[in-house]
Design a protein around this ligand. Structure first.
Ligand code: SAH
Length: 528
């Protein structure tokens, strides 16, 4: 009894907490150094309840997916008069949005309080009387240490670490950094933001007695697929950086611990490190693929060529759901992941649930569709054959559905041939549960990357996607695809055929239309 009581008590408590969480508040959240997996759980919780997100330019765009779709997301770059000092505008914006009663997340690179001016933002909020919380993040130095396998402290080599900004010119009389003291610092030195001033910082350190042969390393974009590093000594580092063409954001680590670094760290051994892979499928289906690519070291870039929306009219779906409730169907056939998702969401929105399916048999096209069905705790009765296309499904099904009452759950653009074939052998109803809107966002910066040939591989997973993607490509991009400067990876022959129509002959095709199969092709192609 007392357990029940406790549970009830907890539940009401939670409800209270949730309603409170929507009160005006600003969360200053550290987004980590670049790898989206390094966001803290607390940071994710804050994003999930955000109404407004103001994010730094360096923050991984992938983190924004945790915020509700309805939340406004703004990059600090977009703030008016952003130059030369945009911080007053950041403060004003945070206060303005919070005063509208919103839950505001200020998403900052690395840790908010390490060279991030988070302290100033917090002070402004305090002065304005706005409640706030500070959520720490993994600062760039710590990520660099982990992803390069350099222990910043070490029992016999370094008992202290100093984080220093190289932002200030050492020669400046007003400089707040005493480089003489830094040169004498008995531990590892990490310099943030010092990239362009190394040519004056390093001589200053050496002048004040730092050993020129001290191991040193510079790393740019640590923890991302674009991580690059160059190892040298203090005396040779500046030249080495220039030679390697490192770009910002980058930091420098100086100290004997740098000598402990393996030739290639666990991270640098990832087989797809540095590869930029374009994902063109709908955003809702990109996540798993993107995550897998990321774990292999690649940088996934999202440019959806198709958007999944509600159908213009739910009439066919609603009528079908009425019939389903009366147990009028022998079979329901799902042709896509979206179909499953949208169908059950609609069922729920109508106040119904899985029991309406009763003993109705279920068939699916594609193993991904089967997996999606399983997330609703439903096991398909007909599991797709190897080729995973509708023809194969029909072979498996033909006898079983002959003369039966069948519901086909599909998109507005669903394949006519399948409908006709089914209609010829059974009593067919069709439920249209979503529509696909084709088209690539023409303003996307990714199109410029394609123009410049700065993408390694474009993945295309359906004829519609291929058509919509190719329609957005200008002649420069098409030329690069034709010459094989940007690789095309298609997941099935119908998609490849569409690509070939545009004169692109160099196409890699995966044996199966699955993420794993496509990744297998990339591993063969790129593995180092
Ligand atoms: N608050 C941030 C630092 C902001 S200052 C943090 O805690 O990490 C910006 C500087 O951080 C850059 O100039 C660069 O020196 C460093 N930096 C940020 N992200 C980095 C990354 N992924 N790799 C290397 N340096 C990085």
């Amino acid at each position: 009894m007392s357990t029940l009581f406790n549970r009830r008590y907890d539940a009401s408590h939670e409800e209270h907490a949730t309603s409170n969480s929507k009160q005006a508040i600003v969360y200053l959240v550290g987004a980590g150094p670049g790898d989206p997996g390094l966001l803290t759980l607390r940071g994710k919780e804050c994003l999930e309840r955000a109404d407004f997100v103001l994010y730094d330019q360096l923050v991984s765009p992938q983190l924004l997916k945790y915020a509700p779709e309805s939340a406004e997301k703004m990059c600090v770059r977009e703030l008016a008069d952003s130059h030369p000092d945009r911080w007053p505008h950041v403060h004003v914006k945070l206060i303005e949005e919070a005063r509208l009663g919103k839950c505001v997340v200020r998403l900052k690179g690395g840790d908010p309080l390490i060279f991030g001016r988070g302290g100033e933002e917090a002070a402004a909020l305090r002065e304005a009387g706005i409640p706030y919380e500070i959520v720490p993040g993994v600062t760039a130095a710590l990520a660099a240490g982990a992803y390069l396998e350099i222990p910043l402290t070490h029992r016999s080599l370094a008992s202290a670490v100093a984080f220093i900004t190289g932002h200030e010119h050492p020669g400046k009389p007003t400089s707040r950094i005493d480089w003489k003291m830094i040169a004498a610092f008995p531990g590892t030195i990490v310099i943030y933001m010092g990239f362009s001033r190394l040519n004056s910082i390093i001589p200053e350190l050496i002048l004040h007695g730092k050993e020129p042969g001290t191991p040193a390393i510079s790393v740019s974009r640590a923890s991302t697929g674009e991580q690059q590093s160059v190892t040298a000594t203090l005396a040779t580092l500046d030249d080495a950086i220039r030679g390697a063409g490192l770009t910002t954001p980058a930091l420098v680590i100086i100290g004997p611990v740098v000598g402990l670094r393996p030739v290639r760290s666990w991270f640098e051994e990832r087989p797809l490190l540095g590869k930029r892979v374009l994902i063109t499928r709908p955003r809702q289906q990109a996540e798993e693929f993107a995550q897998r690519l990321q774990e292999l070291g690649a940088t996934p870039l999202l440019l959806p060529a198709i958007e999944i929306r509600d159908p213009a009219d739910w009439a066919t779906a609603d009528a079908a759901m009425e019939k389903l409730r009366d147990a009028s169907f022998d079979w329901v056939i799902f042709t896509s992941v979206n179909g499953v998702e949208k169908f059950f969401n609609r069922l729920k929105a109508r106040g119904r649930d899985l029991r309406d399916l009763g003993a109705t048999k279920l068939a699916v096209i594609g193993s991904a569709t089967a997996d999606k069905l399983r997330t609703f705790h439903l096991e398909p009765d007909v599991v797709p054959g190897e080729s995973m296309n509708s023809e194969r499904l029909l072979l498996d099904l033909r006898e079983r559905i002959h003369g039966k009452s069948v519901l086909l759950v599909t998109a507005e653009q669903g394949r006519e041939s399948l409908r006709l074939e089914l209609a010829a052998i059974c009593k067919l109803d069709v439920a249209v549960v979503y529509t696909q809107v084709e088209g690539v966002d023409a303003r996307s910066e990714i199109l410029n990357l394609l123009r410049r040939g700065e993408i390694d591989c474009v993945t295309l997973t359906s004829p519609n996607i291929a058509r919509a993607f190719l329609a957005a490509c200008d002649e420069t991009i098409i030329g690069r695809l034709q010459r094989g400067e940007i690789h095309v990876l298609s997941s099935n022959s119908r998609t490849s055929a569409v690509v070939r129509e545009r004169g692109i002959q160099k196409i890699m095709e995966s044996a199966k239309p699955t993420n794993e199969s496509m990744i297998g092709v990339m591993l063969k192609m790129y593995a180092i």
